[in-house]
Design a protein around this ligand. Structure first.
Ligand SMILES: NC(=O)c1ccc[n+]([C@@H]2O[C@H](COP(=O)([O-])OP(=O)(O)OC[C@H]3O[C@@H](n4cnc5c(N)ncnc54)[C@H](O)[C@@H]3O)[C@@H](O)[C@H]2O)c1
Length: 349
């Protein structure tokens, strides 16, 4: 595909707006149309970004031959319909994480992706895979520097109390309070990193969950799960939505292997079998920083660039639908484990 890729944005809340800004920054696409159910947001975004093709109906984007690719930024439980429509219309898709907020939606979306034309490029927004620090840890794990990894941790500790003040102007509701599941919306981020680092799939999960710190949320606000991987290795993931503390620059991520350890942004690698206390050294991020060296928190630019380049070069994206769905599904099943008070098996997609 030559020239700028023509994008339709679906959902222009906080995240959709950021996607538009980062498309403009990357400079390999043009925003051809914006779709949202809220007229006030549409009008604001149209004037802010100079886009005239504004609609409340995703079908308008799907049937538009002037749109090559669709970026889906609706709430977690509103991903399925625009995703299925975009794929059926032959559009490339960037789908925000989690893939969906229910097991049924995920399975339907996986079937659709498997049946779709393989030339359609799907990127799932597990954005932490584009943080240079985590790319460096992934490279160390993948190249065997850590040896056999047998225990991992990853936490999503992020205060969302501000959501209690917000409502949707069309519905008067706020999906974050009514539908958001911390282990799925938040915890699946570090869980996805752990799957990516280890290159292994999850087979079982067991979870405990409480509802103390964020009463306005309908779901529990603190969830802690133990995942077992196919080789018997174990991961602990915690998701907390109302911690009282400043945000750490990197989420807690730890990998323990037979030759080395990764903790947040540093690595300790044994030089020999006798070297049991190797010091921690900050990871070398230089080779991963690329053209967006200043990314922090949310590396939207490299994630979007990878999707656009995959379309142009007809190559896979970093996070395929099945790959991203595997993280989202394991997180959703962890919630079922808490609800049912038992270990749950996680099927391979
Ligand atoms: N990757 C990340 O780091 C990251 C960060 C924040 C949010 N997200 C994800 O991005 C998504 C959006 O989050 P947000 O905070 O922007 O939510 P938001 O509520 O601020 O915005 C969602 C928008 O989607 C619109 N919408 C809902 N259904 C629609 C439909 N059928 N057609 C058109 N528009 C529709 C709503 O009107 C709203 O404007 C969520 O899935 C969230 O988990 C990802």
């Amino acid at each position: 595909m030559a020239g700028l890729i023509r994008i339709g944005i679906v959902g222009i809340g906080q995240n959709g707006v950021e996607h538009i800004r980062q498309h403009l920054r990357v400079g390999k696409s043009t925003i051809s149309a914006i779709c949202d159910l809220q007229d006030d947001r549409l009008a604001w975004a149209g004037s802010e970004f100079g886009v005239t093709n504004l609609t409340t109906d995703v079908d308008d984007l799907c049937r538009d031959p002037e749109i090559d690719a669709i970026s889906i930024n609706t709430g977690d439980a509103q991903h399925r319909v625009p995703f299925l429509k975009a794929l059926a219309a032959g559009k490339h898709v960037l789908l925000e994480k989690p893939v969906a907020n229910s097991v049924e939606d995920i399975l339907e979306m996986v079937d659709a992706a498997k049946a779709a034309d393989p030339r359609l490029k799907i990127q799932v927004g597990y954005i932490l895979r584009f943080m240079p620090v985590f790319e460096a840890i992934h490279a160390a794990a993948e190249s065997g520097q850590l040896g056999d990894i047998y225990y991992m941790e990853g936490d999503y500790i992020h205060n969302l109390l501000y959501q209690a003040e917000k409502t949707d102007s069309t519905t008067g509701r706020n999906w974050y309070l009514e539908e958001e599941i911390p282990m799925v919306g938040g915890g699946s981020h570090p869980l996805d990193l752990l799957r990516w680092f280890s290159g292994k799939e999850i087979v079982k999960v067991w979870t405990y969950s409480t509802h103390v710190a964020f009463p306005a949320m309908q779901n529990d606000d603190c969830q802690v799960a133990l995942y077992q991987f196919e080789d018997g290795s174990i991961a602990k993931v915690a998701a907390l939505y109302a911690p009282r503390c400043a945000m750490a620059p990197y989420y807690n991520v730890r990998l323990y292997g037979t030759r080395g350890t990764a903790e947040r942004d540093s690595l300790a690698i044994s030089s020999s079998a006798d070297d049991v206390h190797p010091p921690f050294v900050p990871v070398d991020t230089e080779r991963f920083a690329g053209s967006f060296a200043d990314v922090s928190g949310h590396p939207f630019a490299p994630e979007i660039e990878d999707w656009l380049d995959a379309i142009t070069e007809d190559r896979p994206t970093r996070i395929s639908l099945v790959d991203g769905a595997s993280s989202s599904l394991a997180a959703l099943l962890s919630v079922r484990a808490a609800d049912e008070g038992r270990e749950i098996e996680v099927p391979r997609l």
